[in-house]
Design a protein around this ligand. Structure first.
Ligand SMILES: Cc1ncc(COP(=O)(O)O)c(C=O)c1O
Length: 388
């Protein structure tokens, strides 16, 4: 029998995170700093609003673009929180997570061979989604020694006449790095100078700890050339509800809608109703979770630096990206040994691009007790390998 799979799909590597977690399955007493998902459950009043809607019989499809009430709530929220104004009828689409928003964004704008600049280390889905949409990911490393530095000259040197878009994600998975206004302005200048689209994944925008998050599309002249991607999974602890959204100029939303209506029809109605409750009454929950994440961040950053594993202080999300370059192991060797010897699960930096070699990603969406226990076990590990 012949191989029925498409040639393109054979070129796409499976997610390095999944490969690593296949090793964890079935192991007992593992302390996991591996999963990029809030350890909080969705606030109860949000769940209740969805339960009540089911009781009322709201179990149907919605408009392809998503419930108008939710689009209005998102438009109000974006204006209130980030000072950027979107028309709920023309410039917003509700998707099945931010994941679908990214997928249909690339499919809606890329012609075969169009290049998309992606800053590495990056979330695992970006490059494969660009490739699946017929585009070419152009990866640019932000790593300089143990630090992350945005080298705008290097980025500009990679822009060709095929470059269609720059993809940015801040606060970032896996590094937690966010961008301040001066850096965002430099991206905006590049986009204007080279007439580029900017796709901006700001799903961790609410989880910025040391300064206020600035929405890329709120910068002067940028709304017209930005696809803003966000969703409810992270800040509202709603990963399983699968609700995300994209905000963009009307013609781009219309193009994305064509794919969404055929591939997905609409996002799940119960999730959309829960999302309305999240925006209307979830602010205090986000504040409380954010306070707790910040406390954990401070503990884990201090913990790694005390172990002499250099760890930059991330400005947002719930990840740290400490360097293990001083150890005689690759990222993957380190993670496998740590898992087998100490039962601590962290993710090799290489799961986020080859430039992540020498780093590990640890999610602090875990209890303080677990974070402290993981740090204690890592200390034992370093001692055993004469590396303290
Ligand atoms: C940066 C980033 N974007 C998007 C996603 C996917 O979000 P969603 O659950 O809304 O599909 C994730 C999930 O880990 C992420 O880290």
């Amino acid at each position: 029998m012949k191989d029925f799979r498409a040639e393109l799909i054979k070129t796409i590597p499976p997610s390095g995170i999944r490969a690593f977690f296949d090793l964890v399955i079935g192991m007992k007493d593992v302390v996991s700093l591996g999963v990029g998902e809030p350890d909080f459950v969705t606030p109860w009043h949000i769940c209740e609003s969805a339960i009540f809607s089911i009781e009322k019989g709201m179990t149907s499809y919605t408009s392809n673009l998503g419930l108008l009430e939710l689009r209005h709530a998102i438009a109000d929220y974006l204006l209130r929180m980030f000072s950027v104004k979107y028309d709920p009828k023309q410039e917003l689409i509700i998707t099945v997570g931010a994941s679908e928003a990214m997928d249909i964004a690339f499919r809606a704008v890329l012609n075969p061979g169009d290049e998309v600049i992606i800053l590495e280390p990056s979330y695992v889905a970006y490059a494969p989604l660009v490739t699946l949409a017929g585009g070419v990911p152009v990866n640019i490393s932000l790593i300089h020694g143990d630090e992350l530095v945005v080298d705008f000259e290097k980025i500009e040197s990679k822009i060709t006449n095929k470059t269609k878009a720059i993809f940015i994600n801040y606060p970032n998975n896996p590094t937690g790095k966010s961008f301040r206004k001066d850096e965002l302005v430099r991206f905006a200048l590049l986009a204007e100078k080279h007439d580029l689209l900017v796709v901006s994944d700001e799903i961790y925008g609410e989880l910025t700890y040391d300064y206020d998050h600035i929405c890329f599309s709120s910068l002067p002249g940028m709304k017209e050339r930005t696809i803003l991607i966000s969703g409810f999974s992270k800040a509202f602890a709603m990963t399983g509800w699968r609700i995300g959204y994209a905000a963009a100029p009307h013609d781009v939303i219309e193009a994305m809608m064509k794919i969404h209506q055929y591939a997905m029809l609409c996002a799940p109605i119960s999730g959309q109703i829960a999302a309305i409750a999240a925006l209307e009454r979830g602010n205090k929950d986000v504040k409380a979770m954010k306070k707790e994440y910040k406390r954990r961040r401070n503990i884990i950053v201090e913990g790694f630096n005390k172990l002499n594993l250099y760890c930059a202080n991330p400005e947002g999300a719930f990840y740290v990206f400490p360097s293990i370059k001083r150890l005689p192991f690759s990222s993957e060797e380190f993670c496998i040994k740590l898992l087998n010897e100490e039962k601590v699960a962290v993710v090799p930096g290489t799961a986020f691009g080859s430039t992540g070699e020498g780093f590990i990603r640890c999610a602090y969406a875990a209890s303080i007790e677990n974070i402290k226990e993981a740090l204690r076990r890592i200390k034992d590990f370093l001692q055993r390998h004469d590396a303290l």
